[in-house]
Every structure is written in C-alpha cells, then in structure tokens.
Design a binder for this molecule. Structure first.
Ligand code: RET
Length: 230
C-alpha cells in the first residue's frame, strides 16, 4: 500500500512531538532547543496527514506525483532546524553579535533551496527541471558553507560546545545530503526508484533528521554545557 508509510509518518511524528517536549529541557540555555524540536515533528505530522488523505498530491502529466504538503513541511521545518543550529553555535559565545543576521541569511538560503526544489519537482521538461535542481543545490551549498565556516568558528568560543556543534552538524549534513539524491533518483527526477520506495526512504530520513536528531543533538549540547560549566 502506498499509503502505509504516510500513516506511519503521521503517527510517529505526532507521538515524537509530545515525547520531545516532555523529555526536553524546560529551563536554562536549552529551553529554546526543546521548543524548536517539538514543533518540527508537529509540522511533519500535519504534512503526513495531508499526504495520507491525498490533499495536495499533484499528479503530473507524466504520472509522477509532487507531494506539495512535503514542501510546505520542509519550508517550515528546515528553517526551524537551522535556527536551532545557529543558536547552538552561540551557546559558548559571550555576546550575540550577528546572531539575527546569521538566522536571517541561513533561513533565506534554505527557503530558496526548498522553493526552487518545488519548482524542479513541478517542471515538466528535463532541462528546466535540472536547472532548478542545480540552483537549489547552489542554495544548499550556501547553507552548508554558513554551518561549517563562520558558525563553526563561532561555536569554538567554547571548545566543548564547538565539539558538540560539529558532531550535530555532521549528523545533520549527512542526512540532508541524502534528500537531493532521493529526489534525483525518484519519480521527481530520473525515476529509477518507485514512488512507494521513495516514500519509505523519506520516512526513514525524516525520522532521523527530525526525531533522532532532536534527542542526539540535545544530549550532545547538554553534555558540552555541563563540561564547560555553563
Ligand atoms: C530538494 C530537491 C532539489 C535539490 C535539493 C533539495 C534538498 C532538500 C533538503 C531537504 C531537507 C529536508 C529535511 C527535512 C526534515 O526535517 C528540495 C530535495 C538540494 C536538503 C531535513
């Protein structure tokens, strides 16, 4: 059944949102982390519900499907995740200089990545599709540059926070890099793998990038804060 991973996604994300909120820090420097990471699966649950019920599942003339709800999910959740990355980089720093600018610029690049990815998915002709795919990848490179250069340098103000930041960013980067690959080989790209296989793969990626990442990143940051005496 094509619908099964969508229903599973709805159930897992709903429960994960509650679990992350219940288990997360409610005071101190990681309070914001808890709020961000509880919101992310709540948004994903909404998208999985819409996809399961067939709302916004566009069937294109070549019979491939664009799940519009998924792009809405990414449009909200990826900026939240990146806002979390930026604030974690600042955990060891003594002042907030430039923080708003980093959030604004990384979120803008990320929104450009998702919107041009949606255009690539909707484009009917190969050339236009791959031009927008490539442009989306350019924005993605910008996001990765900010994470790994200026923000990583900022996080080093405290060595323990810097190490936790790099661990979290490494996990995030590896997972996020798989999304464009799945797009390229799935029905929105060269269609080497089926729609059903793509749904299952993205379900696994979503659980790792939204739920597992919430718990592991909090654990790493909490340990680093204890270690640095903050
Ligand atoms: C698209 C296709 C066009 C090229 C690129 C893409 C990147 C998508 C990414 C999505 C990440 C989603 C996450 C969701 C979970 O919260 C739009 C697939 C570069 C990186 C992490």
């Amino acid at each position: 059944m094509t619908q099964t991973p969508l229903l599973i996604g709805f159930v897992i994300m709903s429960l994960a949102s509650l679990a992350i909120y219940a288990k997360g820090a409610h005071r101190g420097p990681l309070r914001g982390h808890t709020l961000i990471h509880a919101a992310v699966p709540f948004i994903a649950a909404t998208a999985y519900l819409a996809m399961y019920l067939g709302v916004g599942n566009l069937i294109k003339p070549d019979d491939s499907i664009t799940y519009v709800a998924r792009y809405f999910d990414w449009l909200l959740t990826t900026p939240l995740l990146l806002a979390g990355v930026v604030s974690s980089a600042y955990l060891g720093a003594r002042e907030r200089d430039g923080q708003a600018g980093f959030v604004a610029s990384i979120v803008t690049l990320d929104v450009m990545m998702i919107v041009t990815g949606l255009v690539a998915s909707l484009a009917l002709y190969g050339t236009i599709k791959w031009v927008f795919f490539a442009w989306s990848c350019v924005a993605f490179v910008g996001v990765l540059y900010l994470i790994w250069k200026p923000l990583a340098a900022l996080s080093d103000a405290s060595p323990a926070i810097g190490a936790a930041y790099r661990k979290n960013s490494g996990f995030l980067t590896v997972l996020w890099l798989i999304y464009p690959v799945v797009f390229a080989v799935g029905p929105e790209g060269i269609w080497a793998i089926s729609d059903a296989a793509t749904l299952w793969i993205i379900l696994v990626l979503d659980v790792l990038a939204k739920v597992v990442y919430a718990f592991t990143s909090e654990r790493n940051l909490r340990a680093a804060l204890v270690h640095s005496g903050a």
